[in-house]
Design a protein around this ligand. Structure first.
Ligand code: SF4
Ligand code: SF4
Length: 519
């Protein structure tokens, strides 16, 4: 059930929004002339397997990558052209690691693949739930709010789901591409929500939108009034209101327990962009090959919103926004609260909602002054943690202590760092501690694997020794049996021919007569 009045989350911060420079910029379609760097790892889970080879000619929408077994997602050609290479290329990810990437030279023809799925025009309620989730999987749709979790897996929830929530929070500063999508394509979002609710068997759909987006709320309400199926609920503008757990709490009053999934409490949440992608996949047979993205930050000449093909290099996106006015202090994939720092060579991925180039005056370098125990980080933490405590333990190398203080419940939302008067590098310390913990877990797993392998080797050696012993015993018994047989034959021959007395005696280890031999 939805609450009659949205519930306020605990903690959180009111950040400067910096949305004004792009909020009025419509989503402009982009057709970049240069190569596209289409990563095969744009999602959580195993990378897709290459489905093309260098030199292949591909059509728009053709598969470039086939999903691996288990958690994975398909990848498609954003335009027609030629596969120039399959190589390693930097990904817009905090790790900064290079991933397998298809380099596609566009031919400018935008020629669609012939085998594109048929558009399905029936009402959502007349479609089979499995048809909808299958379409989402075929289209390679993943969570477009940044999480990049394969959408079809969430739509195939093994647990009963009564409520679908569409997340139109977009509470990260600078980002406005979801706001533009909601204003410009509200009907598609509402239809996508109806399709998703049908796939999940959810009886209710709520679209949560921050109350600083009145045009988006109006457009969605109009679409919902004509299509039906969703309630549009304004929620307070507060960071991190758009986190899945907090939006669910605000709209339903239900809390997702630590370590559990939203589906465990009967709720599934998807970003509004994901709903729109599902609408396109079902109604137009279109795979996920482009996405809305905000190009902003003080270092950008003319900040804007684009609908850009996946694989467009960040450098090209910034060029499209008039280029850089000054050398940026940092470039982020996403907003300044949670977006990772990325190189300009990285390219647009399914989960990238912004490319934000910040000037030195727009960033607050962590200075690491001593904690003054003011408690502001505790007040700001939406998870009810004591950030200074986790950070102190992490800084002291007490990773288990940091974990016991709630390290793994932390959203790394940055609210604590935002309010800290000592500019302590709280989030960096949390990332460091998590990295250490993951490394330890991996080392423990390696040690366990080595122990198991050593045990298996010892077991193999023991069996081999036993086999050799058994074979040697068998050979001895066989020799004894032969010798016994020879002696009896000789004795028989002597009885028949008493004049022949040349029979040899039995060997000392001859088996008793009648003993079973092993051949
Ligand atoms: S401790 Fe984690 S969840 Fe709490 S405010 Fe800091 S970053 Fe956010
Ligand atoms: S806000 Fe900063 S200075 Fe204040 S208690 Fe937290 S870590 Fe310490």
């Amino acid at each position: 059930m939805l609450l009659s009045k949205p519930r306020l989350i605990r903690g959180g911060v009111r950040t400067e929004t910096h949305k004004q420079p792009t909020a009025a910029c419509p989503l402009e379609p982009l057709h970049p002339p240069g190569p596209l760097y289409v990563s095969l790892s744009q999602h959580i889970g195993a990378p897709a397997l290459p489905a093309v080879r260098p030199g292949d000619t591909v059509a728009k929408g053709q598969r470039l990558g086939t999903p691996e077994q288990g958690l994975s997602a398909a990848v498609h050609a954003p335009t027609s052209g030629r596969v120039a290479a399959i190589t390693r290329h930097p990904a817009p990810h905090p790790s900064g690691l290079a991933v397998t990437t298809v380099v596609l030279e566009p031919d400018g023809e935008e020629r669609w693949a012939d085998e594109r799925p048929e558009p399905l025009t029936e009402e959502a309620e007349r479609l089979e739930p499995a048809t909808i989730s299958h379409r989402a999987a075929e289209a390679g749709i993943v969570g477009m709010g940044g999480a990049a979790f394969p959408a079809a897996v969430k739509l195939n929830s093994p647990r009963p789901v009564d409520t679908l929530i569409l997340n139109g929070g977009e509470c990260e500063p600078y980002l406005t591409c979801d706001d533009r999508l909601m204003r410009e394509r509200a009907a598609g979002i509402v239809d996508g929500g109806r399709l998703m609710a049908r796939a999940l068997g959810a009886r209710r759909t709520a679209i949560g939108v921050e109350d600083n987006k009145p045009e988006a709320i109006h457009a969605l309400r109009q679409a919902a009034a004509s299509l039906g199926g969703a309630e549009v609920v304004p929620v307070p503008s507060l960071w991190p209101q758009g986190s899945e757990k907090h939006l669910i709490y605000t709209l339903t009053g239900r809390e997702v327990p630590a370590g559990a999934l939203a589906a465990d409490i009967g709720v599934v949440a998807h970003n509004v962009g994901t709903a729109y992608a599902v609408h396109r996949a079902v109604r137009q047979g279109r795979p996920l090959i482009s996405r809305p993205v905000t190009i902003g930050g003080g270092a950008v000449a003319t900040p804007t919103n684009l609908e850009a093909p996946l694989g467009t290099p960040f450098r090209t996106l910034l060029h499209q926004a008039g280029g850089l006015r000054e050398t940026p202090a940092r470039v982020l994939a996403g907003g300044p609260m949670m977006g990772p720092i990325v190189p300009l060579e990285a390219a647009l991925a399914k989960g990238t909602n912004g490319v934000i180039a910040l000037t030195r005056s727009e960033i607050r370098e962590a200075e690491g002054r001593p904690c003054i125990r003011c408690g502001r980080c505790v007040d700001a933490c939406p998870m009810g943690l004591m950030p200074f405590e986790i950070a102190n333990r992490a800084a002291a190398g007490d990773i288990d202590g940091a974990a016991a203080s709630g390290l793994m419940d932390c959203l790394t939302c940055g609210s604590c760092a935002y309010v800290c008067p000592s500019a302590r590098p709280l989030v960096q310390l949390f990332h460091y501690a998590r990295g250490q913990r993951a490394e330890r877990a991996a080392a423990k797993e390696r040690t366990e694997l080595q122990r198991r392998m050593a045990e298996q080797r010892a077991e193999r050696q023991r069996r081999e020794q036993e086999r050799k012993k058994a074979a040697a015993a068998a050979r001895r018994r066989q020799r004894a049996a032969h010798a016994q047989g020879g002696a009896e034959q000789a004795q028989g021959g002597a009885e028949a021919e008493p004049q022949d007395t040349g029979a040899e005696g039995s060997p000392p280890d001859a088996a008793p007569s009648g003993e079973e031999t092993v051949s």
